[in-house]
Write a protein that binds this ligand. Sequence first.
Ligand code: ARG
Ligand code: ZN
Ligand code: CA
Length: 247
Amino acid sequence: ADGTVEIPVVVNVLYKTAAQNVSDARIAEQIAVLNADYGGSNSDVSKIPTEFQSVKAGDVKVRFKLSNTVRKATTKTSWTDNDAMKKASTGGIDATNPTNYFNIWVVGSMPTSQGEILGYATFPESAGLWNDGVVIAAPYFGKTGATSPFNLGRTATHEVGHYLNLRHIWGDANCGNDLVADTPTQTTSSSGKPTYPQYNTCSGTSRSIMFMNYMDYVDDAAMFMFSAGQKSRMQAVVASSGSRAGL
Ligand code: ARG
Ligand code: ZN
Ligand code: CA
């Protein structure tokens, strides 16, 4: 009645080692992180700087409910962002009804020449397709047993942001456009645990940037907010007229 959408989740686990076979408890922990972060009830909202209090999302009104867990042993040691994990014919697990369920695939690891991929996501344009959903490497899924500094479950928070139509806050370009008016333009991605404030100049204007946004690239402990404009974009996608209305 208050407009909250509860998204049913299927977690598909592809494991070679026991550590990669993330436990039911760890899956529950990850879902709890998503619900806290999308509910604006994460304990670190208290760290949102005063200047961004007026544009914080608060409750995004999206929640997540585990519907099923599918597990499959594999001999594959490493994966990459080519969707192989999403098809049984390429050694993966077929998505469960992606129009009505949000599918997450957990894989052992995704090393590349550029470094390790923590996770990747499809945008709403892929709604209902066989490859629709989010992939997360096991060391960055959930909290207990996860690898620091990405061990607070926020890779999923970030990837679900993409799944619900959010771009990176720097717009993937120098002073790029993230299509959200209330997130200050930034020159590039942030990383690590920046000290507040950080200033960037774009089009001749210096602004304090919102590096603590989930759609930047900082460490899990350094990200703790969505903006109201980001909430609007996500709400539009899950609304009855939106591309993910089937969830
Ligand atoms: N690099 C990944 C992406 O662009 C995920 C980044 C997640 N960041 C984090 N602090 N967990 O989708
Ligand atoms: Zn991203
Ligand atoms: Ca913006």
